[in-house]
Ligand binder design. Structure first.
Ligand SMILES: [Zn+2]
Length: 313
């Protein structure tokens, strides 16, 4: 079955606000004695896993990977441990604000291959650490800079897209999962079954427990916003519209470059939670300013737009 992102048409009126869940929120999993471990590649002497043989290696510009680690201490809000990667690296998250509506931002699901998404989320961590007031009252912002630290450790090569089992973590989720999966580089391994990988297990459990109001997964570089859509549930198209208008990225069209299955935003959409893939326009820059504007717009949308004074302008 072909997975279709997005809605066939775009609403012309102001997007509606999703229903706020009132379920009490359990406490986050926190291991304060083990945090934080910087989100950096291991030493160059470490032996990387063998690269996959099915896809050619593209030529990509180098990124200054040593700058990937955010300033981890001191942080105004809590750092929490989400889980552990296939190769035993910690996956960490940063929380800003204490509002009931949570916005979850995930970078680095394709890790080193799309390392500018990790840089972007780290820049956002730096920003909200210095400007916590930019998280509006009523909102919590949860930033996970790299869901796939094993791939990040391999750097800017096609193997850097995959986790320690050489699985593509954006083909391993529980909506329209297929044993035959592809990317723009050809066939990829979607894992033995949905949620076969520790990284997707950790994040899916987190999302099911926390029930965020909106989820953004960052990628590069297909230049556009693609709404999760699990079998036509369609709760995510409005989030794509809000983000698209604020950032200037194209939105509203389904991803059609190739067949995609088992993606993260479509599974999140299946829970009734708006979710999108945001594809940066290139593989080098973070496009920080427009994405910060996008996060502001998402917050205002969740809070009711002009009803919030800081959203009125
Ligand atoms: Zn990607």
């Amino acid at each position: 079955m072909i997975l279709i992102f997005g809605a066939a048409c775009q609403p012309t009126s102001v997007p509606s606000i999703p229903t706020l869940t009132t379920t009490p929120r359990p406490a986050l999993i926190v291991r304060p004695t083990q945090m934080p471990r910087p989100v950096t590649p291991p030493p160059a002497s470490a032996t990387p896993p063998p690269p996959p043989t099915r896809a050619p290696q593209p030529t990509l510009p180098a990124l200054p990977l040593e700058t990937l680690a955010p300033e981890a201490s001191p942080l105004p809000e809590g750092i929490f441990w989400l889980g552990q990667s296939t190769e035993g690296r910690d996956i960490l998250g940063w929380r800003f604000g204490d509002g009931e509506r949570q916005v979850l931002v995930v970078g680095g699901i394709h890790a080193g291959f799309e390392a500018n998404t990790v840089l972007l989320v780290n820049e956002l961590i730096d920003h909200f650490s210095g400007s916590p007031g930019d998280v509006l009252p009523g909102i919590s912002l949860i930033l996970i800079p790299v869901l796939n630290p094993d791939g990040l450790a391999r750097g800017r090569e096609i193997a850097g897209r995959f986790n320690g089992n050489l699985v593509d973590l954006n083909r391993n989720w529980g909506c329209e999962w297929s044993a035959e999966a592809v990317s723009n580089q050809g066939e990829v391994d979607p894992g033995e079954r949905p949620f076969s990988e520790p990284e997707t297990q950790a994040l899916s459990q987190f999302i099911e427990i926390e029930r965020p109001a909106a989820v953004l997964f960052y990628h590069s570089a297909a230049f556009g916003i693609f709404a999760g859509d699990c079998e036509g549930s369609g709760v995510s198209a409005v989030l794509a519209e809000v983000l698209g208008k604020a950032t200037g990225y194209p939105y509203g069209e389904p991803f059609s470059a190739y067949r995609v299955t088992g993606t993260a935003p479509s599974w999140v959409d299946s829970l009734g939670i708006p979710a999108v893939d945001v594809e940066l326009s290139n593989a080098r820059e973070t496009e920080f300013t427009r994405n910060l504007a996008g996060l502001r717009a998402v917050q205002c949308w969740l809070l009711g737009n002009p009803a919030v004074p800081r959203c009125a302008t």
